[in-house]
Design a protein around this ligand. Structure first.
Ligand code: M6R
Length: 610
């Protein structure tokens, strides 16, 4: 969604805000704007651009506004097209109050009508513009009180940063159903959508809770609920540094992040899995006794995380023999799900902020289920609102397309499966040791796929002119086919469908012809012979085949197909190795076609609206 940053301190605000906006751009990138207050003349410079942050930076570089207080915004449009007028910051009738916002004000239409009836003049089509007008209306000399009064009238989701020219030593932040953190530096403070924005300046971060606001003066931050009750601030020390949020010599974040897959597996395993197969999670939150009571599991997630959850079903059911249902979070909450205190609901989300998934876990808690979230973002809403959390420890993922976090999610799901199986005594010690050893060799196997990226690049080059792709897989690699197709469509804008290979003949085979390549995940598996039959059916319709095969396996030798070999690992853990090849294929097709892989059109990294 949108990225927001606010600064109050001793330094010039504009360069800090611009640099932060660049780091936040993955959240939204259709337009951008800043407001900088200059204490010398008491005026605020508002500069906006109807394009990416770079265009704004160019304009600001020509004439850098002076001032030690400012806010900046990079937008993913919801209400109103990406125009200069709709770009944030938005302001009141007297252009005193500056507001930037991430989220959606659901009751903006009625608020706007009422405000207009009382004489307020609106210039944009956005929902956000009601906020400065509401603050203006409630402003009787106490900006914090005016903001509070305005916020209580809003329905929906918001993370905001606000300042007023009349009170230039005060920066206000507030959040409801959207993320906001406060960076605490040396005589300087930041409010931002995420930690990445502030990490070059400070590692000390205050996590603002749901429904809280912060008022920052030159004496420091004060946290309260929106209703006005004072709150003890939760401050953490960030463990990663800025180099992890930079491209590090790669042409794109996505390339860097795919190449971090071996590390993503190692980091997710580190300190959690002994050689004997004992699993411990640091902040899991549920005791073995509570876990033993669980009779069924629901996993809720969106997009790539949904496919990780689908794989989680295969893993957990196979290892722990507990029934698992997986549902898109956006569907779950609106259909009266059948869950109770014996259900474990697992929220799977890289960002921990996806509105649909957050709403689904809230629904689960209301229905008395236990909730565990598996997420990458420390202190994210899902982490804070769950009974327990499993962190991915994958480091920041900046590319909009999830890659290394998908791998880390799978790794954590294997660990969770082992843990659930162990307390139910479902795994023979021999099988447990074998599985442990397999998981520990995965980083090496993944690295060997990455080492042969050029071969995948050549395949991508050969196929990048096609407009349609079919991905097929079976068993535990069926979700990998779905994810391979999603990756290709989101970054290359090509049509790609993922199917269970056995389902192809029940309909989608009608699509196939010589111009419709099929990517088959045909690595060693109990069902490999069936997959070979499915591939033969594809070839009989003249569709070109790209097959992912296991090195040393000759089952497909006689088949007319392009091949990419992955190292031999067991079928059970093969998804982690296979998906890296599919991520690379999508990446190379997209770059071959000249697409912006890090910031694909119409998408945003963290989707905080329903
Ligand atoms: O942060 P989350 O994992 O909850 O995000 C869910 C989806 O929005 C996300 O996976 C999306 O599908 C990405 N574009 C995948 O590459």
């Amino acid at each position: 969604m949108c990225g927001i940053i606010g600064y109050l301190g001793e330094r010039s605000a504009a360069p800090i805000i611009m640099a932060s906006l660049k780091r936040l751009e993955y959240r939204g990138y259709d337009s951008a704007g800043v407001a900088i207050f200059n204490e010398a003349d008491g005026q605020t410079s508002v500069v906006k651009s109807a394009a990416k942050v770079d265009t704004l930076v160019e304009r600001l570089t020509e004439e850098m506004p002076e001032g030690r207080l400012g806010i900046g915004h990079t937008r993913w449009a919801t209400h109103g097209r990406p125009t200069v007028i709709n770009a944030h910051p938005h302001t009141d009738c007297h252009k005193q109050i500056m507001v930037i916002h991430n989220g959606i004000i659901e009751n903006f239409a009625e608020l706007r009508k009422d405000l207009q009836a009382r004489g307020h003049v609106f210039i944009s089509e956005t929902d956000t513009e009601v906020v400065p007008h509401l603050i203006e209306e409630n402003d009787q000399g106490d900006l914090v009180a005016a903001v509070r009064a305005a916020l209580t009238k809003l329905r929906g989701a918001y993370a905001m940063a606000i300042f007023s020219q009349k009170d230039p030593d005060l920066l206000i932040g507030a959040r409801l159903n959207a993320p906001l953190v406060v960076g605490i530096g040396d005589k300087e403070w930041f409010v931002a959508s995420d930690i990445t924005a502030v990490i070059p300046y400070t590692k000390k971060v205050l996590l603002l809770g749901e429904g809280e606001m912060v008022s920052i003066t030159r004496l420091g931050p004060e946290v309260s609920t929106i209703g006005g009750a004072s709150v003890k601030p939760k401050i953490i020390e960030v463990k990663w540094d800025i180099s992890q949020a930079q491209k590090g010599g790669y042409p794109h974040f996505m390339a860097k992040e795919i190449n971090e897959a071996p590390e993503a597996v190692s980091n997710a395993l580190r300190g959690r899995l002994t050689d004997e197969g004992e699993v411990t999670f640091e902040e899991f939150g549920l005791t073995d006794r509570q876990l033993l009571k669980i009779s069924n599991i629901k996993m809720v997630a969106a997009g790539t995380s949904y496919y990780a959850a689908l794989l989680g079903k295969y893993i957990v059911e196979d290892l722990a023999r507990i029934p698992v249902e997986v549902e898109p979070a956006s569907e779950f909450r609106y259909r009266q799900p059948i869950i109770d205190q014996d259900t474990l609901v697992i929220g799977v989300s890289q960002s921990g902020e996806t509105a649909d998934t957050l709403a689904a876990i809230r629904e689960a808690r209301e229905r008395k289920s236990k909730v565990v979230s598996i997420t990458n973002v420390v202190g994210s809403s899902m982490a804070l609102e769950s009974d327990g959390v499993i962190y991915l420890h994958a480091g920041p993922e900046i590319g909009v397309a999830s890659t290394k976090t998908f791998i880390a999610h799978l790794t954590c799901l294997y660990l969770l499966g082992i843990r659930l199986a162990a307390i139910r005594h479902r795994l023979a010690p021999e099988r447990l040791r074998e599985l442990t050893a397999e998981l520990k060799t995965l980083p090496e196997a993944v690295q060997s796929v990455l080492d042969r990226a050029e071969q995948i690049q050549a395949l991508a080059k050969k196929y990048s002119g096609h407009r349609n792709f079919m991905y097929i897989g079976r068993g535990i690699n069926y979700p990998i086919a779905l994810e391979g197709a999603l990756k290709l469509k989101e970054i290359s804008y090509l049509h790609a469908e993922g199917y269970a290979a056995g389902e192809l003949k029940h309909g989608p085979i009608a699509l196939l012809d010589g111009g419709f390549p099929v990517f088959a995940v045909a690595t060693q598996a109990a069902t490999l012979e069936k997959m070979v039959s499915n591939i033969q059916e594809v070839i009989a319709r003249d569709a070109p085949v790209i097959a992912l095969v296991t090195a040393g396996d000759h089952t497909l030798d006689e088949i007319e197909a392009d091949r990419f070999e992955v190292p031999e690992v067991s079928e059970f853990v093969s998804p982690i190795v296979n998906v890296v090849a599919l991520q690379l294929f999508a990446y190379f097709v997209a770059t071959e076609r000249g697409c912006n892989v890090d910031q694909p059109r119409n998408l945003a990294k963290s989707v905080t609206v329903e």
